[in-house]
Design a protein around this ligand. Sequence first.
Ligand SMILES: [Zn+2]
Length: 118
Amino acid sequence: MAKNEFAAVRGRLEAERERLHGDIAALDAEDQQPSDDAGIGNHIADDATDVMNRERNAALRNNANELLAHISAALERIDAGTYGICERCGKPINPERLEALPYATHCITCQAEIERER
Ligand SMILES: [Zn+2]
């Protein structure tokens, strides 16, 4: 992969990382908001909604953290010069695959085999 391509990928990954940090901060802020400001009448419904929101936020936060881990790993691979190389077979990962999934660690052949083994 050419050097300027690495720079472009790094930019994309860093932008994605920024976005995810923003998402997580927004989720944290939402969780910290007082829940019972709706007043009298439907506390039970409010509580249920609150629990659902918290669960949804927790799931979203988990997803975001998982993505962040993938992104950090990809940035490290860029630094190490191993970005775009399949971790399993050592062959270059298809550029179109990297375009769609910039933090992919396996070529499509290995990915298919890994998923079959699961
Ligand atoms: Zn492979």
